[in-house]
Structure formats: structure tokens, C-alpha cells
Design a protein around this ligand. Structure first.
Ligand SMILES: Nc1ncnc2c1ncn2[C@@H]1O[C@H](COP(=O)(O)OP(=O)(O)OP(=O)(O)O)[C@@H](O)[C@H]1O
Length: 321
């Protein structure tokens, strides 16, 4: 487990614009190669203050390697990254970062309180905040219990409390709910939301679409080290959906749809024989029917559907396989 602890730096960038002030981390064409394998391939994205970012991708897609590089525990091959506008060394910047990128590891025979006291000593942080942080993660009433008696979920929550001891600007979590039971998963997600609501920026890596959808405001989707999508979760959710249609003459229908600005990705589904078209704008079924009728096309089937985020994610990763 890595914890980066420091005192907050106040008023250093007072003459900079708000946009610049709000940038926590900027990654430019970051690349990591292990021999012939490119684990992270030209990755670029920006982390702005106050948002919750999810790096989403299947196992082995390069999430941990990316986090390792920006935390200086994995050497980059090329590209670069800047913490807090590059006004300080990475070493100093990382003191304002709280990160948990390994399984929680504390002394088993010591209590939660004793373990966090020790962390404060090692990191040179006042121990006055221990109870406040234990409260945030719901462990205050177990502060005198030995670490060895904790469930995996409680151990993970203690690690989060530990990473928060220095009030970091950003909290980084690698697969925060891995191995937990449903209740443990729920608790961790609630805690992440609570910490975000208190104003801390969060960057988490997850292979679970559901997790990113529930917890994050922004998503960076990667596959085999390559970024496929970066943007807000809401925007990704905001597809206008698609329509399935059938008419006497498929080819006439296909041509009419292909030449119309309301549609994109027009195709005939091999399995169902239905013509499918993605909507580029919010069009009602009645409008669509009337437009085609004017062109002499009578539909025998018309259904408007919306893909779930999961379908979109699968589609995105399939296209780029
Ligand atoms: N030290 C290493 N030496 C060689 N290859 C590595 C090393 N670390 C990671 N890799 C490879 O780099 C790729 C990306 O791994 P990484 O752990 O970053 O992915 P991930 O998305 O975090 O997946 P997971 O959640 O399974 O850890 C994988 O193919 C992995 O085998």
C-alpha cells in the first residue's frame, strides 16, 4: 500500500487562471512497454479538480500500469505527465496524493487506532485527524479492534482512512471493491461517494462498468493499453438510441435512411432481418414514420430502443478488438 502524505500548499498559484488551478493531473501520450508488449499506448487525459474519474477496462488493459506510472512506482517508456500544473517536482506533488494500489497491509496484532498512529508517525502527519477519518469510513466504533479481526471490506476501509490522513487533493484507488461481498462493495462505494461529496478528487481503476456508472462522473475506457473513450458518464449515457424497422423493400428503406441526417450506422441485422439505425438526434417514432411515408415507404415494423451503457461498452470494446 502506498500513502502519500503532506501539508496542503495554500495560495501558491494565486495568479493562475481557474482552469489551470483546477487541473490535478495531465497525462500526455504516456506509454509503457514490457519488451514486445505495449501495456499502455500513447494515453492522454486530464484530471480536473472535484470530479470522480474511472479508468475502465478489462483485466490486463493497462489500468494498474497507468496508475503505477503517475505514482512513480513504474518507470514510463515515453510520454509524460504533470501533477498540479508541473509547478513542483513529482516527489513533492505526490505528497498531496492519497493512493491505495495494493491490498491493505497493516500490522495484524495492532488495533486500527495503533496502526493509524504509526502511519501518522511514518508520514509525519498529526494524529489529530485519525478519529475523523475512521468516522468517514465507518470504523470509529472498531478503532480498538485488532486489524487481524477485520473483514476484507473493513481492511479496505481502514486503508482508505489511512490514505485520507493528510487530507489529500486526490485519492487514487485500484480496483477498490475487488474480492468483497455485496455488502462490502456497497459500503466502499458509499464511502467513495461521501469522500467525493466532501470535495476530494478521485481516480479509480475498475473492470466493472457497473461500478464506474454508479460512482464516477467521468470515464476513461481503455483496452489493450489504448484509450477508446474519454468523457462524462452522462454523455456516454446520453445516446439517442436506435430504431429497428422493416419495410417491403429493405434496400429502398436502407437507402432512404443512409441519406438522412437523423441516422447513422445504418445496417440490416443478419439475425433478425430488421433494418437498424442509430439516431443522431431525439426523433419520435411518429415523426420518423411520417417522414418515410412521404417518401413512399410503408413500415411494417418500427421499434425505438436505447442501448444500455453496458451494450455501448461492449460495442466499443468489440469494435476495437
Ligand atoms: N512487470 C511486468 N512485466 C511484464 N508485463 C507486465 C508487467 N506488469 C504488467 N504487465 C502486463 O501489462 C499489461 C497491463 O497490465 P495491468 O496490470 O496494467 O492491467 P490492468 O488493466 O490493471 O489489469 P488487472 O486489473 O488484471 O491488473 C498486461 O498484459 C500485463 O500482463
Amino acid at each position: 500500500m502506498l500513502n502519500f502524505v503532506t501539508k496542503p500548499q495554500l495560495g501558491r498559484h494565486i495568479y493562475k487562471t481557474n482552469t489551470i488551478l483546477n487541473t490535478i493531473l495531465q497525462i500526455n501520450r504516456l506509454t509503457k512497454r514490457y519488451g514486445a508488449l505495449t501495456a499502455v499506448d500513447n494515453l492522454s487525459f486530464t484530471i480536473e479538480k472535484g470530479n470522480v474519474y474511472g479508468i475502465l477496462g478489462p483485466n490486463g488493459s493497462g489500468k494498474s500500469t497507468t496508475l503505477g506510472m503517475v505514482l512513480n512506482v513504474v518507470n514510463k517508456t515515453s510520454g509524460d505527465f504533470q501533477w498540479f500544473n508541473g509547478n513542483e517536482t513529482t516527489h513533492d506533488a505526490l505528497k498531496k496524493v492519497g493512493a491505495i494500489i495494493e491490498r491493505p497491509n497493516f500490522y495484524p496484532y495492532m488495533t486500527a487506532m495503533q496502526n493509524l498512529n504509526l502511519v501518522c508517525k511514518i508520514k509525519n502527519v498529526k494524529n489529530a485527524k485519525i478519529e475523523e477519518k475512521l468516522e468517514i469510513v465507518g470504523l470509529l466504533d472498531r478503532k480498538n479492534s485488532k486489524f487481524s479481526t477485520f473483514s476484507l471490506g473493513m481492511k479496505q476501509r481502514l486503508a482508505i482512512a489511512s490514505a485520507l490522513l493528510n487530507d489529500p487533493e486526490i485519492l487514487i484507488l485500484d480496483e477498490p471493491t475487488n474480492g468483497l461481498d455485496p455488502q462490502g462493495i456497497h459500503q466502499i462505494r458509499e464511502i467513495i461517494r461521501k469522500i467525493a461529496a466532501m470535495g476530494t478528487t478521485i481516480l479509480l481503476a475498475s473492470h466493472l462498468l457497473d461500478e464506474v456508472e454508479k460512482v464516477c462522473s467521468h470515464v476513461i475506457i481503455i483496452r489493450k493499453g489504448v484509450m477508446l473513450y474519454s468523457g462524462s458518464v452522462d454523455e456516454m449515457n446520453a445516446s439517442h438510441g436506435y430504431v429497428e424497422m422493416q419495410a417491403k423493400d429493405d434496400q429502398v428503406l436502407l437507402a432512404a435512411l443512409k441519406n438522412h441526417p437523423w441516422f447513422e450506422k445504418v445496417s440490416i441485422d443478419e439475425e433478425t432481418g430488421l433494418t437498424k439505425a442509430m439516431l443522431t438526434q431525439p426523433i419520435e417514432a411518429e415523426e420518423l414514420n411520417a417522414m418515410l411515408f412521404e417518401k413512399g415507404i410503408v413500415l411494417s415494423h418500427l421499434v425505438k430502443r436505447k442501448e444500455s451503457l453496458e451494450q455501448q461498452f461492449l460495442e466499443l470494446t468489440k469494435q476495437n478488438a
